[in-house]
Design a protein around this ligand. Sequence first.
Ligand SMILES: Nc1nc2c(ncn2[C@@H]2O[C@H](COP(=O)(O)OP(=O)(O)OP(=O)(O)O)[C@@H](O)[C@H]2O)c(=O)[nH]1
Ligand SMILES: [Mg+2]
Length: 198
Amino acid sequence: MSLYPAARFITSAARAAQFVPDQGREVAFAGRSNAGKSSAINAILNRRDFARTSKTPGRTQLINFFALDDSRRLIDLPGYGYARVSKEMRDHWRQLLDDYFHARDSLAGLILVVDSRRGLGDIDWQMLEWAHSLDGPIHVLLTKADKLSRKEATEALARGREELGPGVTVQLFSATRKLGLDEARQHLDAMLEARPPS
Ligand SMILES: Nc1nc2c(ncn2[C@@H]2O[C@H](COP(=O)(O)OP(=O)(O)OP(=O)(O)O)[C@@H](O)[C@H]2O)c(=O)[nH]1
Ligand SMILES: [Mg+2]
């Protein structure tokens, strides 16, 4: 069963001119390189190899636009924080993300993907600050929870809740074990279905 049976890849954008028209609603997935963004999208949509996944961090360097239906989209943002890239590359990413966040009236919410073993890092906080100016909900997936013991997972979630405070929701997630899928889908649906700002 796919939640969005009509879901399809639209395009990859390397610059703002290549963004799809800013209509309808979209939810963006952000996170460090290798955090598990593409895997989370695949798991949530119940589609294998839909958003590409990679064992090489930093491979997805473009903004990938996926249509869920005629008016709703999922956005796979390029990962950040991967050390072994040139300064030019990092500057390019920063510009691309900056352009994206400033351009998109259709952006209805952000899903921040964080490796549960690492927790929130400086660069995640920067992303959250950026996203807070959006005025839409932010939901954090603490992913790869399958790599944690039950006790570690409980602690990671408690720490996340405490650090993020009441404005941001957070959950444990595992694409591999399909843990937390329903909770993630509920947040995604709520973001996509909320009324557009008038
Ligand atoms: N054990 C485990 N591994 C995962 C999980 N999610 C992703 N991975 C692995 O982590 C690696 C990176 O996953 P991706 O989904 O490609 O990560 P990404 O955030 O899209 O990475 P970039 O596109 O490079 O920024 C891959 O080897 C995945 O198989 C998970 O829930 N559990
Ligand atoms: Mg990816």
